[in-house]
Write a protein that binds this ligand. Structure first.
Ligand SMILES: Nc1ncnc2c1ncn2[C@@H]1O[C@H](COP(=O)(O)OP(=O)(O)OP(=O)(O)O)[C@@H](O)[C@H]1O
Ligand SMILES: [Mg+2]
Length: 231
């Protein structure tokens, strides 16, 4: 399959502190790619650099045939990149309904909201509740649903099951597996089994560098994987 997102030799960081070093990554137009690595490895920083919340210091970003490296976040979102950040992924004071309305601004059509409701029926019972009062799992569902309303071709998910009760994790995982059949997904995930169910390919970051990459099943059996994930 042709590459859909292509990251070449990406350096990025905050202030003068460099976090990502020469990251290369290729994402096909459909299916999941997992980004793994211990706390502080640079996973969220990589997501921010892809969506443009953080400007790359160096390197290339090609998405859907376009060079997006110099583009602002808004332009990248319009080009088809959806982003569910690790933290503050919903507007806490807005109701579920209004969070979804904000998500629909790019593509205002009711059918997309219906689709989110059928994807996560629990949200339908909570439409008037402030998003800040949702459970961890409901909040993640809302964040994913809201990102889907932008009709992304590539969805970045930064720890979509963090703080989510185990029983709900399975429900979210099933939805993500379905989504990965339609669009491209990059998932940062601590639960290895979940990551590998959603993603056929995985990249392991170690101190801001790609230490390992390859088909998930091969990585799963690679003894080096656990050394890179161990604290
Ligand atoms: N806004 C910031 N300003 C300065 N340094 C930052 C900022 N955000 C992150 N960092 C630093 O960049 C490094 C990578 O952080 P990042 O959040 O990308 O890691 P991560 O792999 O997502 O970790 P986690 O698994 O804990 O979410 C860390 O050393 C972190 O302290
Ligand atoms: Mg992170």
């Amino acid at each position: 399959m042709p590459e859909f997102l292509n990251i070449k030799n990406l350096d990025a960081g905050y202030g003068r502190s460099q976090v990502l070093f020469g990251v290369n990554m290729a994402v096909p137009p459909r299916g999941g790619v997992a980004v793994l690595g211990r706390n502080g490895a640079g996973k969220s920083t990589l997501m921010k650099a892809i969506v443009g919340e953080l400007a790359a210091w160096k390197g290339g970003l090609q998405f859907d045939g376009q060079d997006i490296g110099g583009r602002r976040t808004e332009q990248r979102v319009r080009a088809g990149i959806g982003y569910v950040p690790q933290e503050n992924s919903v507007f806490a004071r807005l109701s579920v309904r209004d969070n979804l309305a904000v998500g629909s601004l790019l593509h205002p059509d009711g059918s997309a909201v219906d689709r989110v409701m059928s994807m996560f029926p629990k949200l339908g019972q909570r439409l008037d509740q402030p998003a800040g009062t949702l459970s961890g799992g409901e909040r993640k569902m809302l964040a994913i649903g809201r990102a889907m309303l932008g009709k992304p071709k590539l969805l970045l998910l930064d720890e979509p099951t963090e703080g989510v009760w185990i029983g709900v994790i399975e429900e979210i995982c099933e939805r993500l597996v379905e989504l990965a059949g339609e669009i491209a997904i990059i998932i940062v995930e601590q639960h290895l089994d979940l990551a590998m169910r959603v993603a056929e390919h995985a990249y392991v970051l170690d101190r801001g560098r790609v230490a390992l990459s390859g088909p998930s099943q091969e990585l799963r059996n690679d003894p080096r994987l656990l050394t890179y994930l161990a604290p």
